[in-house]
Design a protein around this ligand. Sequence first.
Ligand SMILES: [Zn+2]
Length: 154
Amino acid sequence: MTQATSQRSVLLVVEDRGHKGKHVVTTMPFRAGAVVLQVTGHHAVPVANRFTVQAGVGTHLAGIGPLTFMNHSCAPNVFINTPDMTVTAIRDIAAGEELSFFYPSTEWQMAEPFDCHCGASSCIGRVAGAVNLPDDILSRYLLNQHIQALRRTP
Ligand SMILES: [Zn+2]
């Protein structure tokens, strides 16, 4: 079994009839910095939707496997590095934990904004993409190159 296959198999898409809906849980622990998932088989689509991840200034990816159902958190435990679509742990993660990422770290302007109820003390409230967030909030997070580039564009 390849490493990528074994890593993918430890992530479960779980259906919750409550407010969360589908979300992603890991069945094994990860150390901070570890690769949780290498996304392969994705393809670019012209327009963002709630199931895509933005990977460049005008690039949105579909066919992203478990990432399709990974929830946003304002206190995330993974980061998606979009140039190579590697998902890494940004802190130690226990077996059984839900995996979440900070949507504005990939999304400049979201197709379907929503109000966040993640419960983090740092919760940003309305999640609509990086375009709507001030620098003092964005500077707390890891951000992808295309988000950094768009921030610098007047
Ligand atoms: Zn939040």
